[in-house]
Design a protein around this ligand. Structure first.
Ligand SMILES: *Cc1c(COP(=O)(O)O)cnc(C)c1O
Length: 235
């Protein structure tokens, strides 16, 4: 695995997506791939961009800003996917295209107020704490509708859907059950917000189950870049 080059890894992920889609009669074009670059240096991201991968997810604001700067001019799309502290919303509102980790009204209001007027609306996903894990970011499943209504108050933001990181499960059936609960939340939200089009679910180890359960965007780190460097912060 570690001997592979970025082009091979990207091709391997795309092959997994294709196989997963065949298994559930979905069109692979309906599943977007987000490359998660946390703790990887800018040249590693550039190598993937050279292979045509243009959407990147980042978890840490300071680390991300350096890479966004280093890779500006390549027309990459940047998604913030980590826990977001109130005092870090301004650089996120300024430099990112998407924020997938919206989990409380205060963050919504700050991002809306801080989105530069000359930039298009910031695409946002509500992160759901699907398994109600105390240490994990994300709103309670019962709070999704309320948060969506708050987002709807702000033209600087565009609600695109939901994101979740289910508790890790190795059993495929259990993975599917968790993603199925997420898909139900997504469908319930879609009855109120018919414009939503994005369900961000599935990572290196569970993307097949996520795709079988309706994910439209998988977020892949390890399987694209190899193991994260040791010094990285834990997630
Ligand atoms: C790290 C991370 C990923 C990617 O995880 P891998 O297992 O390395 O593919 C996806 N989403 C979020 C929110 C992450 O923090």
């Amino acid at each position: 695995m570690t001997k592979q080059n970025p082009a091979d890894r990207l091709a391997a992920i795309k092959a997994r997506v294709r196989r997963a889609c065949e298994g559930c009669q979905r069109d692979p074009a309906d599943v977007r791939l987000l490359a998660v670059g946390k703790s990887q240096a800018a040249p590693a991201l550039a190598a993937l961009a050279d292979c045509g991968q243009l959407s990147f997810g980042e978890n840490y604001v300071d680390e991300a800003l350096g890479k966004i700067e280093a890779l500006s001019g390549r027309s990459l799309e940047w998604h913030f996917i980590g826990p977001l502290q109130s005092n870090k919303t301004r650089p996120v509102a300024t430099h990112f295209d998407w924020v997938q980790s919206i989990d409380r009204p205060r963050i919504v209001r700050r991002l809306a107020a801080q989105r530069p007027a000359e930039r298009p609306a910031l695409n946002v996903l509500i992160q759901v704490n699907l398994d109600r894990e105390p240490q994990k970011a994300g709103c309670d499943p019962d709070q999704v509708a309320e948060l969506a209504a708050e987002i709807g108050q702000h033209p600087q933001l565009k609600l695109r859907g939901l994101m979740a990181i289910p508790a890790p499960r190795t059993d495929r059936e259990q993975q599917m059950q968790a993603f199925a609960r997420l898909f139900q939340l997504f469908q319930a939200l879609a009855t109120e917000q018919p414009d939503i089009d994005t369900l961000s679910a599935g990572m290196s180890d569970d993307l097949e189950a996520a795709i079988a359960s309706g994910s439209t965007m998988i977020r892949v780190g390890t399987a694209l870049f190899g193991p994260r460097p040791k010094a990285s912060q834990a997630d």
